[in-house]
Design a protein around this ligand. Structure first.
Ligand code: UD1
Ligand code: CA
Length: 498
């Protein structure tokens, strides 16, 4: 369910729930200097995915429990700024990772959730949990009035997860962590996802009774479930239909699995919408991207950030686009396009680099080792070979010859180059910015343009060419003799012309 799809009355009710997001663990199994919950999946830190899912399920307030990495985690959440609205996020600190139950106690003590009768506890390391499944969990908890409602899943390989224990009648009686489980309990394939709802008063009571008498010496949130069940309280369970969505990321293998799952979901959505993906294994599309009908994605195509691709574009092999917009019918292959906008029917590549701030009109062709930065190229411009156009504005139909360079940087500041419509820039032209070449002007190959060229003018500036008849032949003959200085010098040894 996307943002805004929660019915208003339900959203209000969910808004009364406070989410406690656990993010204070050490994440040792990641073997990383980056806090586990900040590892990105699909380009976004896992914790932010969890918070967004809670927000989209209608949760109004979240308390994030942080530990040793508190500063970095808080910074990452704050950096989201408005993006998480209307979710309000507060932080609680857990000095030492003494377990998931202890983490919840820290949240309740430091950020008492005034007025909230229920709590939604969420793991910070479950990046694929979506608002739909969280919404279902919240609804069941509300409608059943249970003491606790767990989100569970049946996994073909439940290794590493806490197992759900049920009695003969199928009622949940507890959760046992894998490390503490008997061989028989380990055979249970129904697992705890750690996403769960609790009546707040009952949870507080139960946690106060939990003891760290387990393999890890921690206060387990999961023990509260067994305690409540033992007191005759009702425990509900919602089984997630999509087992993949509950994946908890504890190590880099699981991180890769989460990445692959997310990527496949995004690609399948676009395939269903009429986009051809030749090789999903090597194609990466950020979930924020928007693609038009009949786009074709060849292998090794990467769309990062919020790209908008018009209908009928062909991307790849080897297209890497970031935060860019393409009109209909563009072709980009073996090239990098960052923060740029392309009109319809542009052709980019192979081996072009559009750095941020470029705007290409209709039918522009750029390729073969062309670099552009903050360049505006009018309709039909061609920049085919080895060249650099930066901080420049080219009118329609400009030809940029091989080796054209805008010298836009004087060592201190950047300067602009302006080239009028239909101008011709020959090979190896240097444009010493700030400079202007008028519309229809012709700049001859090898010219260094250091002053304005009026419209329709010819600009030519080349060193005089010296030609010496027979010189090369004489040099070859000299080369056959044993030694001796070459009176006329050889190229590379500084021949003096004249
Ligand atoms: C936990 C559950 C397990 C469940 C699994 C689902 C417990 C005891 N176990 O195991 O039943 O199957 O998640 O993925 O709850 N954290 C803290 N403070 C701590 C410890 C952990 O904030 O002291 C946070 C971590 O940062 C993490 C989350 O809680 O985001 C879960 O901790 P983790 O160590 O990953 O628990 P699991 O072993 O995966
Ligand atoms: Ca985990």
């Amino acid at each position: 369910m996307a943002r805004g799809e929660v019915p208003a009355d339900e959203a209000d009710e969910a808004g009364g729930v406070v989410a406690v997001v656990l993010a204070a663990g050490l994440g040792k199994r990641m073997r990383s200097t980056l806090p586990k919950v900040l590892h990105p999946v699909g380009g976004r830190p896992m914790l932010l995915r969890v918070l967004t899912a809670a927000r989209d399920a209608g949760v109004g307030r979240a308390v994030v429990v942080t530990g040793v990495h508190a500063a970095r985690v808080e910074e990452a959440v704050r950096a989201e700024g408005e993006a998480l609205r209307p979710l309000e996020v507060a932080f609680a600190h857990q000095d030492e990772p003494r377990g998931t139950g202890h983490a919840v106690q820290c949240a309740l003590a430091q950020q008492p959730p005034a007025g909230a009768a229920s709590l939604l506890v969420l793991p910070g390391d479950a990046p694929l949990l979506g608002p739909d499944v969280l919404g279902a969990l919240l609804r069941r908890h509300r409608s059943s009035g249970a003491a606790a409602t767990l989100l569970t899943a049946i996994l073909p390989n439940p290794e590493g997860y806490g197992r759900i224990l049920r009695d003969a009648a199928g009622r949940v009686v507890g959760i046992v962590e894998e490390r503490d489980a008997t061989p028989e309990q380990r055979r249970v394939r129904e697992v705890n996802t750690l996403a769960c709802c609790f009546r707040r008063d009952l949870l507080e009571e139960a946690l106060a009774l939990c003891r760290p008498t387990n393999a890890q010496g921690e206060i387990y949130l999961t023990d509260a479930v067994g305690l409540l069940a033992g007191r005759g309280e009702r425990i509900e369970a919602v089984l997630a239909e999509d087992a993949e969505a509950v994946l908890g990321v504890n190590d880099r293998r699981a991180l890769a699995a989460a990445e692959a799952a997310l990527r496949r979901r995004v690609l399948e959505r676009w395939m269903d919408a009429g986009v051809t993906v030749l090789d999903p294994q090597t194609t990466f599309v950020d979930e924020r991207a928007v693609l038009g009908q009949d786009c074709v994605l060849h292998p090794f195509t990467v769309l990062e950030g919020a790209c908008e691709i018009g209908p009928g574009c062909t991307l790849g092999p080897g297209a890497h686009l970031r935060d860019s917009r393409l009109g209909a019918g563009c072709v980009v292959w073996h090239s990098v396009v960052e923060g740029s906008e392309l009109g319809p029917d542009c052709r980019v590549g192979p081996f072009a680099h559009l750095r941020p701030g470029c705007r290409l009109g209709r039918g522009v062709q750029v390729g073969n080792f062309a670099e552009l930065k903050a360049a505006v190229l009018g309709d039909g411009c061609k920049q085919h070979h080895h060249s650099y156009v930066g901080d420049a504005e080219l009118g329609p139909g400009v030809n940029v010859g091989a080796g054209v360079i805008t010298a836009n940087f004087d060592g201190r500041r950047k300067h602009r180059t302006v080239v009028g419509a239909g101008a011709f820039l020959g090979c190896n032209v240097n444009l010493i910015a700030p400079v202007e070449v008028g519309a229809g002007a012709f700049v001859a190959a090898g010219t260094t343009v250091s002053r304005p060229v009026p419209p329709d003018a010819l600009a030519v500036g080349r060193p005089e060419v010296v030609v010496r008849e027979g010189w090369a032949a004489r040099r070859r003959q000299e080369g056959n003799r044993p030694s001796g200085p070459n009176e006329e010098g050889t190229p590379g040894h500084g021949p003096t012309p004249g």
